[in-house]
Design a protein around this ligand. Structure first.
Ligand SMILES: Nc1ncnc2[nH]cnc12
Ligand SMILES: [Zn+2]
Length: 331
């Protein structure tokens, strides 16, 4: 089945073995966050702490090129045609790497992965909300800098319980005025009011997660009406205990209500998942083959990518979907 991913954090995609190897090289102690070859954390706050610490082992342009290359070729091997990943200048800086070098390395990894596997990819800069409005505005200014054609979007990530979306309206204005696509994490840790506020103040075309919108049917109707796409990450939601099991996850209900959803692995090794498993979880949640293929089409239609590239991707998607004998369109 052809896949596409719109929601994955590049630091969150770092395999623990790679982090342990680079930590050894740089003399960084990761024994508190990696045990028996796996990341250790127990709730959102300790997950973010582990993620922040793991990201500090990446230092050079080559480290980041290798990370992007490994992530994207892994996705291509799972069947992905297209991937967007989030990049965080704040995390680069915390590890002592200039954001400029960080973005250059990641762009080189994207180019190499495209040459070797055919996968197309773009980057979305995130501002980290718990670092506050000034840091998020600085991230937006970085995202809009010249000479970085593979940066096509801006996102708000981090702890949803901290700050109100209105505090980040200026950052989103900066990104919007520069022509970037807009998306924001909301409705993951917090309920529908958080999604409403993100839509009202940030005016994104997509919401990261957004799954807790299901608690407010009027909000679900508004999301459908305004054609807002949800980047749903079921494996992440299960790992972070947003839902106790896949049967309780609202993906199927959201799709039945007419919401356009896509799938992402969010932070794959932290959550013991990958994109192929996300599609399997969608099937376990009740989505049939046609509905799961539509998730890929939704992703390509909502991608922050140039129109000629989108057109070519939709053609590749159509051919792959038809060869499965599955419907490439929902109507
Ligand atoms: N699941 C998540 N939610 C918010 N911010 C994040 N940063 C990395 N993973 C995240
Ligand atoms: Zn995320």
């Amino acid at each position: 089945m052809p896949l596409a991913e719109l929601h994955c954090h590049i630091e969150g995609a770092a395999p623990p073995a790679l982090v342990a190897r680079l930590a050894g090289k740089h003399g960084i102690d990761v024994s508190g966050i990696i045990r028996d070859g796996a990341y250790v954390w127990h709730d959102f706050t300790s997950f973010i702490a582990a993620y922040d610490h793991a990201s500090t082992v990446f230092k050079s342009e080559e480290d980041y090129a290798d990370l992007a290359f490994a992530h994207l070729t892994g996705l291509a091997a799972e069947g992905a045609l297209y991937a967007e990943f989030f990049i965080s200048p704040d995390h680069a800086q915390a590890g002592g790497t200039e954001p400029e070098i960080y973005a250059r390395g990641l762009a080189a990894g994207i180019a190499r992965a495209k040459r070797e596997s055919g996968i197309e990819a773009r980057m979305i800069v995130v501002g980290v909300r718990h670092l506050g409005p000034e840091a998020v505005e600085a991230a937006a200014r970085f995202a809009t800098g010249p000479g970085r054609p593979l940066i096509t979007g801006f996102n708000l990530a981090g702890d949803e319980r901290i700050h109100h979306p209105k505090d980040f309206a200026r950052a989103f204005d900066i990104a919007r005025d520069a022509g970037l696509g807009l998306t924001a994490h909301a409705g993951e840790l917090c309920g529908p009011e958080s999604v409403r506020a993100a839509i009202e103040w940030l005016k994104p075309s997509r919401i990261g997660h957004g799954v807790r919108s299901i608690e407010d049917p009027a909000l679900v109707a508004e999301i459908v009406e305004n054609d807002i796409v949800l980047e749903v990450c079921p494996g992440s939601n299960l790992a972070l205990d947003v839902y106790p099991d896949i049967a309780s996850h609202p993906l199927k209900k959201l799709v039945e209500a007419g919401v356009k959803a896509t799938l992402g692995a969010d932070d794959p090794p932290f959550f013991h998942t990958d994109l192929a498993r996300e599609y399997r979880l969608a099937a376990e949640n009740g989505l049939g083959d046609g509905e799961r293929i539509a998730l890929t089409r939704n992703a390509l239609e909502a991608a922050f990518v140039e129109e000629d590239v989108r057109y070519a991707l939709l053609n590749r998607f159509q051919i792959a979907a038809l060869s499965l004998g599955a419907p490439a369109t929902s109507d």
